[in-house]
Design a protein around this ligand. Structure first.
Ligand code: NAD
Ligand code: GLY
Length: 362
């Protein structure tokens, strides 16, 4: 098992990454000083795969456990569902000291994290991520949120977990698409901060896709380390943490211009390439680096062609974000793989030209 420490003073915690560690959760929680009652929040899919077995493990370790379920899907990240969970926690007589275990992907992590942060003004949160996206990114750093109307992830708080238990064996039951979508986040981590990780993914892509233990542990561990390092430096997202949004300026615009028909991972992948193309056109990034990124994205099975959308609609969506960001549109640009910087000096006409020319050139 590998450990990553997130150093945030009294809110510090460890991320445990390994194979088969889910079934040691009870012992681990005891070592962290927890006793008594526990609440697992999950969905029916993950409950069937891991929740029931986890409950048995915890019961054997003398915990009193209930599993609260929400249906699968992003739409569950709502105030209404949080409200229902508050009622169920009350019925279980959950107290300030009763930990909530968020067992699932990013949806469960965000929702259960939001509930943990707000119920009784905060109960201990344990993240147990079971998708690659959640293991590499969303379970770390304390951003917990729900969606509200058009506001995606905008109603929330920073609330750090007490512990993150990342069992890479859980990735074995993911469908290929969810695994590859998560890989987009891992590639993003490599691009912004870790050229060696990028090279590792290039050299071990087949192993990653065929769920080789060591390869999965390596990419999750290195991504977790990158995320932890960034969060330590900028917990409240006031500066450096924005680099985690590499690819998101154009990515968000594509999602919103398509009325969210283009999925997040696909949109962000195009956004990552767009940011690299902008960097290249501005003379900051070498063309070979751009081609390397494009080639890895293609080999990973992620899209490199822009979805059929009117370029004006994408530009309109970027302008809409610009209004929200007080007239500044922020891009994360690439100097080389592993090194990025934040700027508001990108002209929208350049972005437009890149999008118009997209499918004709490399
Ligand atoms: P998800 O949670 O919807 O999970 C994807 C699918 O995989 C679901 O159907 C889920 O039931 C299923 N699943 C989960 N674990 C499984 C397993 N081990 N085996 C089989 N199936 C499994 O999606 P996601 O991609 O994990 O997360 C997306 C969410 O994460 C979004 O809501 C996004 O806003 C959020 N997010 C949050 C942060 C953050 O910092 N808090 C960062 C990035 C994304
Ligand atoms: N996933 C973006 C962040 O945690 O800041």
């Amino acid at each position: 098992m590998k450990k990553v420490k997130v150093r945030l003073g009294s809110n510090s915690y460890e991320i445990h990454i390994g194979s088969g560690i889910l079934m040691h959760t009870g012992r681990q929680l005891k070592e962290n000083g927890f006793t008594g009652s526990l609440v697992i929040i999950t969905n029916p899919i993950v409950k069937g795969l891991y929740g029931d077995a986890l409950k048995q493990n915890l019961t054997r370790e003398d915990f009193r456990v209930i599993i609260l379920q929400v249906p699968d899907g992003e739409e569950q990240k709502s105030l209404e569902v949080a409200g229902r969970l508050y009622n169920e926690l009350t019925n279980f007589y959950a107290e300030r000291t009763t930990p909530i275990l968020a067992l699932g992907g990013g949806v469960i992590g965000d929702l259960a994290g939001f509930v943990a942060a707000t119920y009784l003004r905060g109960v201990p949160l344990i993240q147990i991520p079971t998708t690659l996206l959640a293991q590499a990114d969303s379970s770390i750093g304390g951003k917990v949120a729900i969606d509200h109307g058009q506001l995606k992830n905008k109603i929330g708080v920073f609330y750090q977990p007490k512990l993150v238990i990342t069992d890479i064996d859980t990735l074995r039951t993911l469908d290929t698409k969810t695994l590859i979508d998560g890989l987009a986040e891992v590639i993003k981590c490599a691009v912004i901060r870790d050229k060696e990780l990028f090279t590792y993914i290039e050299g071990n892509l087949d192993k990653i896709k065929s769920l080789d233990d060591r390869a999965l542990e390596e990419i999750v561990f290195r991504s977790a380390k990158i995320k932890a390092e960034i969060v330590e430096k900028d917990e409240k997202d006031l500066g450096l943490r924005a680099i985690l949004n590499y690819g998101h300026t154009v990515g968000h615009a594509i999602e919103s211009a398509s009325d969210f028909k283009v999925e997040h991972a696909e949109a962000v992948t195009i956004g990552m390439l767009a940011a690299a193309k902008i960097s290249n056109k501005m003379g900051i990034l070498d063309k070979n680096e751009l081609l390397r990124l494009k080639s890895l994205i293609e080999r990973a099975g992620l899209p490199t062609r822009i979805p059929k959308l009117k370029v004006e609609k994408i530009i309109q969506a970027i302008k809409h974000d610009k209004k929200i960001l007080r007239g500044k549109i922020r891009f994360v640009l690439l100097k080389s793989i592993g090194s990025v910087f934040i700027t508001d000096e990108v002209s929208l006409s350049l972005v437009e030209q890149i999008l118009v020319d997209w499918n004709e050139e490399t």
